[in-house]
Design a protein around this ligand. Structure first.
Ligand code: GAP
Length: 450
């Protein structure tokens, strides 16, 4: 049986307002996605958690928000102009383009036996040519070669070119780090799998500057820290593993690299990389800019170009990991009182990550219940992202919130007017308890921290 989980997840993401295809009314733009009301909250919660753990909770890391557009020389120095390429072949007949190692190609591209996987013609595929993955645009009014600039393919370079600015303004000392969250762009030729590989995406990157010789130790430190952070998102342990890059896999800048992989419905794949970049980046920027980027260690009175240990996570891929891991289909008892079981789809998101923290329901739209429910809702929404729903049976309302991953359902019922308590239903256990409505804020605060 083919695994339909991704199809179901994409459909749920659209139905519930997590993710929509970009420019859908025009037929969509390939591998570009928009985050809807729930998706933007989920991704924001992940990014804020990352920022808190990297920047606020650590004395030795500073934040940065560098511009997407950078001086074109940055990309020569970084090696992206020469090295950020994929070998591609074109079909001269149907004009489609493929990666040279596309398993659907039969025969050897450039030879008469090669067959185009799209139109089926033989001998029409060109020999492989290197194709740069950076998007180009023009800066200023004239579209000429001198005005070409690139959309950044990684956020890291914005950190390297600001390394001295941050060092001097923050009075940090090596070892220290700079963290940044921002958009990156890659003209991927084989994008796909929903938000896994897209042409516009967000990265959460941190570059840690260390003394040469201590890079191996810091590399191990950051590997352990990052795995802990990922586990803390609530991801199932058995779905996570390390993959070390072999010699042929290492990026042009890397001395050593490990990926944290997740077992997606379409197989094991990377969503975060920890890279030992040595002194490649700062040395190259020093060479290309002519500006000294070495560091004076005042305790030993020696100068060196710091080595860099990088942690590089995709905000979109991490969001996809969280969604895939949370997605469950379960048989549960009917919650409208009928004596039967039914199938529910539920996102078992860690409560801190959930877009909506609680939904407030009047059991019925009479007997003063909507007024009380509105008051509870108004009170809660000053502190949490909460949702009000008075449409349909209570069981159906619970199911809608299960699909949104909302951890708590708060129902105002007949007993509320007698003892000022409400029912709080737990998304995962379906258990219901009664909580005094005056204590709801404290109750939710307690449940939502961790
Ligand atoms: N600065 C190092 C760097 O960019 P990378 O392995 O190319 O390293 C890091 O990318 C992370 O960025 C990946 O693990 C992934 O989560 C995310 N990423 C890279 N390309 C992506 C794409 N086309 N779509 C979505 N996320 C992507």
């Amino acid at each position: 049986m083919p695994d339909k989980t991704m199809e179901k997840l994409v459909s749920l993401a659209k139905r519930r307002g997590f993710v929509f295809q970009s420019s859908e009314i025009y037929g969509g733009l390939g591998s570009v996605w928009d985050y809807g009301p729930l998706g933007v909250e989920l991704k924001k919660n992940i990014k804020e958690r990352w920022w808190r753990s990297m920047v606020h909770e650590r004395e030795d890391i500073e934040g940065l928000d560098a511009a997407i557009l950078m001086h074109p020389k940055v990309w020569e120095a970084s090696g992206h102009v020469a090295g950020f390429t994929d070998p591609l072949v074109d079909c001269k007949h149907c004009k489609n383009r493929f990666r040279a190692d596309d398993p659907k190609i039969k025969g050897t591209p450039g030879q008469p036996d090669a067959q185009c996987p799209t139109c089926g013609m033989k001998g029409t595929l060109t020999a492989p040519r290197m194709f740069n993955l950076m998007f180009k645009t023009f800066m200023g009014p004239v579209e000429e070669d001198a005005a070409v600039i690139f959309m950044r393919p990684e956020t890291a370079q914005g950190i390297y070119v600001n390394y001295l600015n941050v060092l001097q303004s923050s009075r940090q000392k090596v070892p220290f780090g700079i963290a940044q969250i921002g958009k990156a762009f890659r003209n991927e030729i084989t994008p796909g799998n929903f938000v896994f590989r897209t042409r516009e995406f967000e990265q959460m990157e941190m570059q840690f500057f260390v003394k040469p010789g201590s890079d191996g130790e810091w590399f191990e430190f950051w590997r352990a820290e990052r795995l802990k952070w990922v586990q803390d998102l609530g991801i199932r342990q058995e779905k996570l593993r390390w993959h070390q890059h072999g010699k042929g896999e290492l990026a042009h800048y890397a001395k050593d690299a490990y990926d944290i992989e997740y077992e997606f419905p379409f197989g094991w794949n990377e969503f975060e990389g920890i890279h030992n970049r040595g002194d490649f980046d700062l040395s190259r920027h020093q060479e290309y800019s002519g500006k000294k980027l070495d560091y004076l260690d005042t305790t030993t009175n020696t100068r060196f170009v710091p080595n860099v240990v990088e942690t590089s996570a995709g905000a979109d891929r991490t969001t996809l990991v969280v969604l895939c891991d949370a997605y469950r289909e379960e048989a549960v008892k009917n919650e409208d009182g009928a004596d039967k079981e039914e199938l529910r789809v539920v996102l078992k998101l860690k409560p801190e990550l959930a877009p909506i923290k609680a939904a407030v329901f009047p059991l019925v739209n009479k007997d003063g219940m909507p007024d009380v429910a509105r008051r509870v809702y108004d009170d809660l929404r000053k502190r949490f992202n909460v949702f009000y729903d008075d449409g349909g049976s209570i069981g159906r309302r619970y199911r809608r919130q299960d699909e949104a991953g909302t951890p708590f359902g708060i129902t105002i019922d007949g007993q509320t007017s007698q003892d000022q308590t409400v029912t709080v239903r737990d998304r995962d256990t379906l258990k219901q308890i009664r909580v005094a409505s005056a204590k709801l804020v404290d109750y939710l605060k307690e449940q939502l921290t961790g």
